[in-house]
Design a protein around this ligand. Structure first.
Ligand code: HEC
Ligand code: HEC
Ligand code: HEC
Ligand code: HEC
Ligand code: HEC
Length: 411
């Protein structure tokens, strides 16, 4: 009996140690794997896992091409052609990023979503996460259609007809009124909302999840079109009568005017006693129903405040950054977020001496919008021809002057 008990206790002791070692080895191997594995930053939702199976033009039309629609709807066509949607494929930043990420098919389901905009058909998936589609060549692939990116038919063709907001038009093609066209968001949800719900992913807000940012804060209905497709009274097509419709502008972070409409910046400078000056820079998101900036986590704003002496030498400087900071590895965790929520305000204060030697000559406040980081640009090898950042506001003042609540308006 005693022998058995001794054996038993030895086994449990060594087995316990062995199990502990094993756990450590497995955990380390797992973390190493998490640090080097290919990373998928979003979850593939059912709403965009496959291309849109629209392949034949609605009755009355020869093709699905925006160029054809533009022959009759030229005002809308012009607006669309100047928008980011028309560049969702041709955009050089997208092209480089797409190649850098291994040209994954899933990207195309939002950037060139129609079936015949894609070189391959998606027959099914090899993996549960749906990042490995089973592909076959697409005989009907149309390269010119692909170039149109988020083209008219992506939003306007459903069940073989053109869907629109009216339903009572005498169009050259079959039409139907559809709630996705009039509820202010139905035409946007396929692409501007991605889910991040997965066991290893801890997003507060998923990437590019502009829709989720709004649901978070505001009660009631969300109308993306109110701001991004402003109302207009004009003929719907070249030969028609005016009626109320919407401009196809979709202006966002790429457009300084759109950012200025949302971002209100006010500056006050006060002298405290003899030696100290205090500048307060008050920022408010007064015009976007979502965060400012929103969209891809690349986007960020900087606020640079500096005082210089007479020769332009910087005496004191400070930079504030408004952005999301995400830890990507070993797990995806939303660490902190310094962007401005809708309606939110923030004040940065900056103090400097007025009696320094050399004395301060100029106070300089600059707000910049960045489409992406310089570091990321270099990492993916994007040789940009267009600037990746621009000045939203720039304002200079004699450093010892006091001002109250000046609203910035200019670049
Ligand atoms: C041959 C000229 C022509 C072409 C080509 C054409 N349309 Fe139209 N479309 C019209 C006319 C005419 C109307 C009706 C306008 C009216 O009644 O004021 C119309 C109406 C519409 C409407 C509103 C429908 C509703 O009832 O709400 C939409 C949306 C639309 N077209 C989209 C398109 C798209 C997308 C294309 C290309 C795939 C296209 N159209 C190509 C002439 C054309
Ligand atoms: C089929 C996918 C798709 C749909 C549907 C869609 N978008 Fe987009 N949207 C995109 C893509 C992709 C881009 C980025 C293109 C680029 O810059 O390369 C974009 C860009 C934008 C921008 C950014 C402009 C900027 O300055 O960066 C705005 C604003 C926008 N979309 C609003 C909307 C609204 C509002 C709707 C609904 C009416 C909508 N989108 C529907 C895919 C879509
Ligand atoms: C990202 C989605 C999207 C794309 C791309 C798009 N539209 Fe629209 N379009 C809409 C929505 C949404 C409405 C309805 C807005 C409303 O009335 O609330 C609309 C309305 C219209 C109307 C009705 C008249 C009006 O002024 O509202 C016409 C015609 C039309 N679109 C044609 C086109 C053509 C032509 C193209 C391509 C050059 C195009 N659309 C691209 C979403 C889109
Ligand atoms: C109250 C007006 C308002 C509403 C409503 C609104 N937006 Fe915006 N949106 C803006 C303004 C202003 C900007 C430019 C500043 C910024 O980037 O936040 C913008 C920027 C964007 C961008 C640009 C992101 C980028 O990468 O440059 C996208 C995408 C976008 N909005 C999508 C949406 C979608 C989708 C909805 C509906 C769910 C929506 N917005 C509702 C005002 C609005
Ligand atoms: C669920 C739809 C969706 C998928 C899938 C998707 N994108 Fe996008 N992408 C968008 C939307 C919407 C925008 C623009 C608005 C924003 O900033 O959120 C965008 C913007 C971008 C931009 C920024 C373009 C600019 O104007 O600066 C790049 C680059 C990009 N996507 C690359 C990719 C790559 C690479 C993939 C595949 C790994 C991918 N996207 C998959 C919807 C999508």
């Amino acid at each position: 009996m005693r022998v058995v008990t001794r054996w038993h206790s030895m086994i449990t002791r060594y087995a316990g140690k062995f199990v502990a070692y094993l756990v450590v080895v497995v955990a380390v191997a797992f973390l190493v794997y998490r640090m080097v594995r290919p990373m998928n930053i979003f979850v593939v939702g059912e709403h965009f896992e496959r291309p849109i199976p629209v392949t034949t033009p609605p009755q009355g039309l020869r093709s699905l091409s925006a160029a054809l629609c533009g022959g009759c709807h030229s005002a809308i066509y012009q607006e669309w052609a100047d928008s980011r949607h028309a560049k969702a494929w041709s955009d050089p930043y997208f092209q480089v990023d797409f190649a850098f990420d291994g040209s994954q098919q899933i990207c195309l389901n939002c950037h060139t979503p129609l079936q015949n905009q894609q070189e391959h058909l998606v027959l099914g998936f090899r993996d549960r996460a749906k990042f490995e589609p089973i592909l076959a060549p697409n005989e009907a692939f149309d390269g010119a259609l692909r170039n149109e990116g988020v083209t008219c038919a992506v939003c306007h063709v459903k069940d073989g007809v053109i869907i629109g907001p009216y339903g009572d038009t005498a169009a050259a093609h079959s039409t139907r009124r559809d709630s996705a066209m009039t509820d202010g968001i139905g035409a946007c949800q396929r692409c501007h909302v991605v889910s991040g719900n997965r066991w290893d992913t801890f997003y507060r807000i998923p990437p590019c999840g502009t829709v989720a940012e709004i649901t978070e804060g505001t009660a009631g209905r969300i109308h993306c079109t109110t701001c991004h497709m402003p109302g207009v009274e004009r003929p719907v097509w070249n030969g028609g009568q005016p009626r109320s419709g919407r401009r196809h502008l979709w202006r966002g972070g790429q457009d300084p005017e759109a950012v200025r409409r949302a971002l209100v910046v006010r500056v006050s400078v006060t002298a405290d006693g003899r030696s100290r000056m205090t500048a307060s820079i008050r920022l408010a998101n007064a015009g976007a129903a979502h965060y400012l900036p929103t969209g891809t986590p690349d986007r960020h704003l900087t606020v640079d405040v500096r005082v210089t002496d007479r020769d332009g030498t910087v005496l004191k400087a400070r930079t504030h950054t408004l952005r999301r900071t995400i830890m990507w590895r070993p797990f995806i965790v939303d660490l902190w977020d310094t962007r401005l929520a809708s309606g939110a305000e923030r004040t940065y204060t900056f103090t400097y001496r007025r009696d320094s030697d050399p004395p301060p000559a100029e106070l300089d406040v600059e707000v910049r919008y960045h489409l992406l980081d310089e570091a990321r640009r270099r990492r993916i090898g994007y040789e940009n021809e267009e600037p990746i950042a621009y000045t939203v506001y720039r304002w200079r003042l004699q450093a010892t002057e006091e001002v109250r609540d000046v609203r910035l308006t200019e670049r």
